[in-house]
Design a protein around this ligand. Structure first.
Ligand code: ANZ
Ligand code: ZN
Length: 822
């Protein structure tokens, strides 16, 4: 008994823009700091770098995330979902060099594009809080925090070896070097000695290993833990005063139990003692070796696949434990940046040292004996624990004991100390690029390094400079920027021309969202406290040891300076998966997919739903052009069923039909609430699709009442609303509601109504039948007993009694054995 369509067809283009404008005009998504009776919920998705257009990968990140924010709103939270732009960075500058486009203009065009597309997506963003990191109102605070860090010893400048990308002509943080290549352009990264600015993230290494109370994916916590790479060991010095008066080679080892087996010591090629120790007879060979090493990547140098190589310096050092004189070598497998940049060589107990010693004819002395060792030569290095031998007073101890006893002796005799070493290096923040935050430092011949006074901030990044492909930042060539006077003595002085790593911008932007307009402070403490820490943070796994680690460090540094009261920036983290097409990552150049034509053809709602339906969001999905039609058809069915003629239905329906629709409703709600909470959009949609079919079947049967039909449609639309906000809003209004559906609460469910079959249980007290209860057929023992005890006539008989025993015979009865309570 379907009625004909007396309503128009579902035409997304006719409704989406209309609602976007209305929501904006009505301020539906504005967040205020306090709403009576509501809990605040800060939902944030990592803000984008505005390069060109919002591509489909952005959609895959932002649309489902937006659905989750909307879901939280409709659960009754006071949600803040802001949006902004991480707008400093190299692509803008490269566009300037390649096409002569002004970076600021280029960036602003892109931001406008992104903003428009975020709107077209139907994002529930509070645009009053928008920020762009390339605005002076924002980067002023980067400079401000830099100065605070500087004054508190968290920012410092050091001449050191930095990762240098020859193509991008800039230094890189360790985190930005992937397998020895520049993370951005895949060029082999080399080392360069340059004075650079650092943030002392290593001060927080231990605290950063603590993930208590953080609801983060295990994978990310493991990646951060490994990246921080805490090692406990011993630092011990080998005297070289015979060759360099007063000098010692400090080595770091995790195996001090093997110290009596040291037969050589190896310096990193960049170690400062290399030059001093190299004897004239060995000079040519060492210099050539060092030269070669400088052209190797760190990854190659430390690859466990690769044989260790080395060259003798001609110098010797003294093992402080046994007084032995062993040769000093230079080897490129030793990294200058780890530990002390020098290692003790123990061929008997390190696999690569073993091969190395064989090759160079060095002694292999066993000091940790394997079980039942016959005293003969080893076939390969013995790495596990064993018994100390050839180790003086420590002979006979287990190597585990030996490790402690030897460390004790070393500390007692002041020849070394127990040490904790981290793989984590301080964060190198200088970039020799233009499009970033100028570092607020002035160099004066008389006063040295002088911070720009706070009241002079921001140090403005000059516009309209000339860009040339000579790899040099135009800041270094702009006299107006470069030349200034010393804030201290007033003499002519020069500005720092390096800019800050853009990861500084993204380390605290979430805080600024709480107080986006403040001109006098970076953020207001009360305002940030109302929203912190970010309740739900969404973004890609690729940020595990960069942005996500930097932000945690920044938060702790800000806490120690009194800016925030909490320890961690992001309470809960969720990583979305990757969207692929034809098995390949979608990328602008090689595998493009532009969302705009899809939106034009099918509407934003269809695209949103399609992306959410592709598969488990955290695992990513495979795009197919045909799949999207299925979603479109489903939305059309929703469109149609919602607007059916109710007058053909009676005031009451058949018992069976009413019950079955009611059950479908409660089952759907139960599933959707649980799944949306944990970002399982695909299964939520599947539940909604089933519910849609049930609703259509019920209507077509004509056996349901008008009122249940109406409330079922309502339920359907409320569940659709977070995922497909436009069509849900349109149908909400068309079915006679006023006010936005996005200000409504989600439907609830009744557990007992979700079960299909019920059974009757007899309830006995002391073996006497006292009541009968109707329960779900698949009720658990605990629930059966709990419901039995709550039955009125049973409860009466339990009064004043202590329970001795509870017996449940599944499907039949509950018996409760009692005795009088004393
Ligand atoms: C002597 C020794 C004997 C070692 C032995 C191992 C086995 P993790 O666990 O990563 O901290 N090492 C120290 N500094 C190094 C550097 N700058 N470059 C390359 N290797 C370095 O590793 C600590 C071990 O790595 C140290 O313990 C040292 O070798 C080496 F049977 O010292 B061992
Ligand atoms: Zn001065």
């Amino acid at each position: 008994m379907t009625t004909g369509n007396d309503f128009d067809r579902y035409t997304p283009s006719e409704i989406e823009k209309k609602w976007q404008e209305k929501w904006e005009a009505d301020g539906v998504y504005k967040a205020v700091d306090k709403v009576e009776g509501k809990e605040n919920y800060f939902h944030l998705t990592m803000f984008p770098y505005p390069s060109g257009d919002l591509h489909i990968g952005h959609w895959y990140q932002y649309a489902p995330s937006d659905a989750h924010a909307r879901f939280k709103r409709m659960q009754g939270y006071n949600v803040m979902q802001p949006q902004g732009f991480d707008s400093f960075g190299l692509p803008a500058e490269n566009a300037a060099i390649e096409n002569g486009e002004d970076p600021r203009k280029w960036t602003n065009i892109n931001i406008n594009n992104f903003r428009r597309q975020f709107r077209e997506m139907g994002g529930a963003y509070d645009w009053d809080r928008e920020l762009a990191t390339s605005d002076p109102e924002y980067y002023k605070w980067n400079q401000y925090f830099f100065l605070k860090f500087y004054k508190n010893g968290i920012a410092y400048r050091e001449h050191g070896l930095a990762n240098w990308c020859p193509k991008d002509q800039t230094t890189l943080a360790n985190e930005q070097v992937k397998d020895g290549l520049c993370e951005r352009c895949d060029t082999v990264v080399v080392k360069r000695a340059l004075p650079q600015w650092f943030f002392a993230i290593t001060k927080y290494a231990d605290e950063l290993l603590n993930f208590d109370q953080m609801d983060w994916p295990e994978q990310i916590k493991t990646m951060q833990t490994n990246w921080i790479g805490r090692s406990t060991g011993t630092t011990i010095g080998f005297d070289v005063s015979e060759f360099a008066p007063g000098e010692k080679i400090e080595t770091f080892t995790t195996r001090i139990d093997t110290v009596y087996g040291v037969t050589f010591v190896v310096l990193a090629p960049e170690h400062p003692l290399v030059e001093k120790l190299t004897q004239p007879s060995h000079k040519a060979a060492v210099e050539e070796y060092v030269e070669q090493a400088s052209r190797q990547t760190e990854i190659d140098r430390t690859s466990t696949e690769r044989e260790k190589t080395g060259v003798e310096t001609g110098a010797y050092c003294i093992n402080p434990l046994n007084g032995e004189r062993v040769p000093v070598l230079v080897g490129d497998y030793v990294l200058a940046t780890y530990g002390t940049g020098a290692v003790m060589g123990v061929p008997a107990h390190d696999a690569r040292d073993f091969v190395f010693a064989k090759k160079y004819g060095l002694e292999i002395r066993v000091v940790v004996a394997p079980p039942n060792w016959d005293g003969g030569e080893l076939e390969e290095a013995w790495i596990p624990v064993g018994t100390q031998v050839n180790s003086g007073e420590f002979d006979g101890m287990s190597s585990t004991e030996g490790k402690e006893a030897i460390a004790d002796k070393i500390e007692a005799e002041n020849i070394g100390t127990r040490t904790i070493t981290y793989h984590l290096r301080d964060w190198l923040i200088s970039r020799q690029r233009y499009w970033g935050t100028p570092i607020p430092i002035i160099y004066c011949d008389d006063c040295g390094t002088v911070p720009v006074p706070e009241q002079d901030l921001p140090v403005i990044l000059p516009d309209n400079l000339k860009f040339e492909a000579d790899g040099k930042s135009p800041l270094t060539k702009d006299p107006d920027f470069l030349n200034t006077s010393c804030p201290n003595c007033g003499k002519d002085a020069k500005r720092e021309t390096d800019t800050l790593d853009t990861f500084v911008c993204s380390s605290w932007y979430h805080l600024r969202f709480a107080s986006p307009k403040h001109a006098e402070v970076p953020f207001d403490k009360d305002e940030i406290n109302a929203w912190s820490p970010v309740h739900s943070y969404i973004g890609g796994r690729e940020h595990a040891v960069m942005h996500l680690l930097y932000s945690r460090f920044f938060n702790k540094a800000l806490r120690d300076l009194g800016f925030v009261d909490f320890d961690e920036p992001y309470a809960k983290l969720t990583n979305q998966g990757m969207l692929i097409k034809n098995g390949k990552k979608i990328s602008k150049r090689s595998n493009p997919l532009n969302p705009d034509p899809v939106v034009e053809q099918h509407g934003a709602d269809t695209l949103r739903l399609y992306l959410m339906f592709l598969g488990p969001w955290d695992q990513g999905g495979d795009w197919s052009d045909s799949g999207i039609n299925g979603i479109r058809r489903w939305l059309t069915r929703i469109w149609d069923i919602s607007q059916r003629d109710v007058s053909v239905l009676g005031e009451t329906g058949s018992d069976e039909a009413e019950k079955s629709l009611e059950r479908a409703a409660h089952v759907a709600t139960k599933r959707i609430l649980a799944d949306m909470e944990v970002f399982k959009f695909n299964t939520s949609i599947a539940a909604l699709m089933e519910y849609t079919s049930e609703l259509i079947r019920s209507y077509d049967s004509g056996d349901i009442s008008a009122s249940s039909f109406r409330s079922s449609v309502e339920r359907l639309l409320l569940h659709v609303a977070p995922m497909a906000p436009h069509v849900a809003e349109e149908l909400w209004q068309r079915t006679g509601h006023t006010g936005s559906i996005h200000l409504e609460l989600l439907p609830t469910f009744d557990e007992s109504l979700t079960v299909s079959d019920t059974i009757t249980l007899a309830v006995q007290v002391q073996g006497k039948l006292r009541d009968q209860i109707e329960v779900a057929a698949d009720i658990s023992q605990d629930d059966a007993i709990a419901q039995a005890k709550a039955a009125p006539n049973v409860a009466r008989h339990l009064e004043g009694m202590a329970i001795v025993k509870e017996i449940y015979v599944p499907g039949r009865l509950v018996n409760i054995v009692v005795r009088p309570a004393n």
